[in-house]
Design a protein around this ligand. Structure first.
Ligand code: HEC
Length: 148
């Protein structure tokens, strides 16, 4: 009985097998994109309220997994401000962690969109592309109003 209680308390403090998107965000992303995904205008794009919009279209959803797996570097416009920055690839994160962090971000100032580890795995199985190629793909999605 006592052992079960201890195990339950450990599970509660250490986190269960399911990845915690907020925790992944705080340890891997908040340094640049700021707590709560508010961003820094002209430097780090705002993610709160934008990831959910991007993720609500299938092409946008696939794009988001690719950003995390390949990184992103080059000139973009986010919230009307030009950004010329570099985001490193986060391909060392597991499919579960990437799915969890994108699901978490989509739900900030927007109805959450569920990303599955399987979807991230499918993106990972595609050939790697350069961080500058991601910017080219973003431009096409931006023209189609998929990326605000
Ligand atoms: C070292 C700083 C840094 C870290 C850490 C970082 N990012 Fe980024 N991120 C950037 C920059 C800079 C850009 C824009 C790149 C550009 O200007 O081409 C960006 C772009 C993005 C975009 C695309 C936004 C758009 O409008 O197309 C997403 C999504 C994103 N980051 C999510 C994340 C997530 C999730 C994490 C954590 C796993 C993370 N970032 C960690 C700096 C960072």
């Amino acid at each position: 009985m006592r052992a079960i209680l201890v195990a339950a308390m450990l599970a509660a403090t250490m986190g269960t097998a399911a990845a915690d998107g907020a925790q992944v965000y705080d340890s891997s992303c908040a340094f640049c994109h700021q707590s709560g995904g508010v961003g820094v205008p002209g430097q780090f794009p705002r993610l709160a309220g934008r990831v959910g919009v991007i993720a609500s279209k299938p092409e946008g959803k696939a794009f988001l997994s690719k950003v995390l797996l390949n990184g992103m570097s080059g000139r973009i416009v986010a919230d009307g401000e030009p950004v010329l920055g570099i985001m490193p690839p986060f391909d060392t994160l597991s499919d579960d962690d990437i799915a969890a962090v994108l699901t978490y971000l989509s739900g900030l100032d927007h109805a959450p969109v569920t990303f599955t580890a399987r979807e991230v795995g499918e993106a990972r199985a595609q050939p790697r592309i350069s961080p500058t190629e991601i910017v080219t793909q973003r431009a096409a999605l931006s023209d189609r109003k998929i990326v605000p």
